[in-house]
Design a protein around this ligand. Sequence first.
Ligand code: WTA
Length: 665
Amino acid sequence: MSRVYHPSSHVVEKSRLSSFNKYKEMHKKSLEQPEEFWSEIAKDFYWMTPHEPGKFLSYNFDINKGDIFVKWMEGAKTNITINILDRKVRDGFGDRIAYYWEGNHPEDYSRITYKKLLEQVCKFANMLRSHGVGKGDRVSIYMPMILETAVCMLACARIGAIHSVVFAGFSSDSLAERMSDCKAKILVTADGAWRGEKLLILKNTCDEAMEKARTKLNHTVEKCIVVAHLDRVTPCGPISDDVRTLYKWNDGVDLWWHEVIKDQSIICAPECMDAEDPLFMLYTSGSTGKPKGVLHTTAGYLLYATATFRYVFDYDAKDIYWCTADVGWITGHTYVVYAPLANCATSVMFEGTPFYPDNDRYWEVVEKYKVTQMYTAPTAIRSLMKFGEQYLAKHDLTSLRVLGSVGEPINPEAWYWYYNLVGSGRCSIVDTFWQTETGGHVLTSLPGATPMKPGAAGFPFFGVEPIILDENGKVIEGPGEGYLVFSRPWPGIMRTLYGDHERYQKVYFSKFPGYYCTGDGARRDEDGFLWVTGRIDDMLNVSGHLMSTSEVESVLTEDTRVSEAAVVSKPHPQKGESLYCFIILNEGVSFTPNLVNDLKKHIRNRIGAFAAPDVIQYAPGLPKTRSGKIMRRILRKIAVGDTDIGDTSTLADPSVVEELYKNRP
Ligand code: WTA
């Protein structure tokens, strides 16, 4: 049984919630009296109109009783930016730093106060309005980690436009698909950015994506607004003297950010938004391959982002908080942009990588800004561990109090390293389990209140009621393992999939009627700790990036030489999981290193570099059931070279398996 760790006095002394009993009491109240509980958070915010009496929460989670819906604070009206910007300025925090921006090159840094951020947001919002963007319109964002990214997201929120941020590591195909799916009017990007010593010309990807959207997907994006970023940063590798020659300029479509905002007013009337009006959408991988546009709305998301940040990171007025996640993922949305600002926090926004200019960059940043809360991913921790402790020893990390982890289960080895070496044994680790769909943390520890076990996500956050079900949908009480589901909505849960409510109901609510199904497995131990055991559907988690096996399979079979493909995950020491692909070739095609390279390149182009497989193996056939279903369980064994494949009675042709073992590279 794993050891239990308790919060140290270093953490407890500063904690707003300092005992396990208090946590349990509050959790109980959050379930029994949701309106009282969440009103406490809501009263910190400004509502142009209060919610309708008796309508604080209404929902249906049971597909057999009709359409699924979730509504929090129906009828209430506000604008999220008033709450996270105007009010902070009005309350006297205008000069507080909202973000310290740290560039890829250590010599590049800047800062922005709440007042300045509000002004920039208003200017950009006015500019969007002047281009005919208004409430309900979609704006796609393909940006590096720069202050303009937050400005742009918030400007959309100011005028009620729905932002759709696409991680700037996605290929032009992926960007085109996402822009045309949501019919984005405008795309916002930067000319380029450095990632370590690598130069990315984002503008070229955008041009390709706009062209593909127009010619192949029948959608024209009207304008592309470009931040001139390369001019102002220190080059980290060779680059031509005139960066503007690295990409094309399309007159009539492209606009420079600095030019379009130049004459805009710093005052912008906020759009009046209903509690349930959309705030943003964010695409996440779906198990059928087509990405799902997860939609979050205004009031519930604000309440939930605010509360989770406050309690999970135990943010205190003078703290400096740093989340290393890219804004292209949900962690960047909630915990780089909305939640810290809602709490009037000062954050670090980091553009670079942990390895540039050297492998101590993270620790250098912690020391430089005296970071108190650091929030990162197990994959980053594992890749830093391998360089050894000497990189940590060079820096003073004593400012740290809370260490967060997100993206995948943290393996105990990484947990110990984080806890003992980064946190010197006196910081609390919060292992936060959540999803794009959940909007904010749903299972986690609380730094001053809950005990910790290395590798366990811990306990439900307020308002969250986790249930573990067996295959037949029977509730497992006490210790046991099964499907992780939730029996009621918390304020931050997604409301629909953009333009496809049917799919929303089918994917999340049909397997176990009455429950939101996460797609993850979980185990409850004897002490009531929850452990997330990983995906139970055909999803892969590579370095914290979720993707579906079928998405990669369909890209592989786009090559006319490939007749069938099956992709499974193989454990990887740094990435957590990696892709292992089996391919069946068409008649007359031979399996060559060239073919493998072509396929890897094709995946990079179609999805993004992070999806590149580690192994592509030739398969004369695939292990299938008699009904023709691929037995991925067996492929996973082959991928790791484990010959103990268990029960094969359902296998149509057992000789295939032997062949596959023989063909392992
Ligand atoms: C996995 C990221 C275990 C899980 C916020 C989930 C985790 C998926 C954890 C969502 C964690 C995330 N422990 N597993 N602390 N955090 N996951 O939508 O499989 O990018 O379903 O959201 O990541 O990934 P997504």
